[in-house]
Design a protein around this ligand. Sequence first.
Ligand code: MSP
Length: 506
Amino acid sequence: MSRFYATTPIYYVNDEPHIGHAYTTIVADAVSRWHRLLGEDVKFLTGTDEHGLKIQQAAAAAGLDPKTFADGIAPRFAAAWDSLDISNDDFIRTTEPRHYTAVTELLQRCYDAGDIELDYYRGKYCVRCEAYYTDDELLPVDLCPIHKTPVDVLEEENYFFRLSRFEQRLLDWYEAHPGAIVPEFRGNEALGLIRSGLKDFSVSRTSLTWGVPLPWDAKHVTYVWFDALTNYMSAVGFGATDEASQTAFETWWPADVHFIGKDIIRFHCVYWPAMLMSAGIEPTRRYAVGGWLLVDNEKMSKSTGNVVTPLDMVDTVGVDGLRYYVLADTPYGNDGDFTRDGIIGRYNSDLANNLGNLVSRVATVVGSKCGGIAPAASPDSPLAAAASDAVTAAITAWDEIAPHRGLEATWSLIRATNAYLEANEPWKAEPGPAVDVVLGDAVEALRIVTVLASPAIPATTQRIWERLGLDGLVSDQRVPGDVEWSGAAAGRPVTKGDPLFPRIKP
Ligand code: MSP
């Protein structure tokens, strides 16, 4: 069986989960759910990033030691993901022993390969980014390009990872793996970074205590990226010597996709594959780079004070309303502008009017004209071709990590089915074979829609599945086998139930 290993970034615990974190997590979740439909063995990982100066300072400000502080925040991320129906198989925290083991092993391998060396560093550093910036990256008067706050000048003895040695190897790897970064324009951004010349980066500091010590020089603690990126391997047993962990690592590595935001492209698409090459480990296969969800055209953050929490929106449009919006509204890779009007507009048009209306019409008319039992679909229905086009387009789109296109294909089948019902007006006709054919076709199209939409709106599609009288879980269906035009719902009792998506007043 083929396997699929997908990850989200691990989120810093100095912040509460907000809609920006939820965005990347929902996309990764939906794509992972799609791969489960394909019958693949899926591992979907998320977690929290708990080391470093930023966390140490946030903990101090809260009057807590860093571990106690992190212990308080990490469960809030886990709870937020539970409440958004995120189907992660594991949750990694960088303070776990399994992560220390993995980081130690990776550091040692890169050191043994001669790619980590002691040197001096003086530079301009943004604590909130946990990154040094060069003069041309800073905004005028030495402000951090992300936070627009002054940077600090630091000088210290550091170990450096010799990234500059990897320029050609990285270019060769990307050339040999076309499409490794999606969408393509984000790939060009990463190649641009590599071609413009790579500088060695610091991997350790002596002034820091909150992190993993270097195995060969314990006065140094590794920080931020060397620590954080390794989480993707810690979760699948890297560095552990027991047999189960070794088998896990062989099974799951290299990861299939890292879902990331555009702000961390350099670290994931340049640093990380170079670190792995140095250690003799195969790099991750693909990177899916998302834009930002902007609120009032600003990146959401605590400092700008424009934070929207997932729960704010769930109260209005429900979990599936929020999931659908972030998946369908913005092509993955672009920035999206998050507005209350936008989310309610999408909800009313796509969920209440199109999908909700189709479900309720079908159930009502099957009830009134077909004795509540789904009739058989006709093999040469005009909807059969629409369904097969939708399936083909959805498969391609999800494979290209373009959920908005996958959902567009699915909604085209919803619209075709609504149009088919309107053209035939079965509600006006006398019960009989002609009405049965129309409703049999509509039920079958809806069954296929339900499977195709399930990665985006898992809870609602399960309810539709049950209303169509179908057994088991929609998430146990398989693409493409179970989305062929077959009439699998024929003969089943169809029930009406409450509106799935009550309209919201704009
Ligand atoms: N801890 C690092 C990542 C380490 S991964 C090995 C980090 N954490 S973060 O919490 O600041 O942000 C992580 C990710 O959250 C971003 O890359 C991005 O994917 C997502 N987002 C945070 N704010 C966002 C928006 N406003 N919009 C979309 N995504 C954003 O960086």
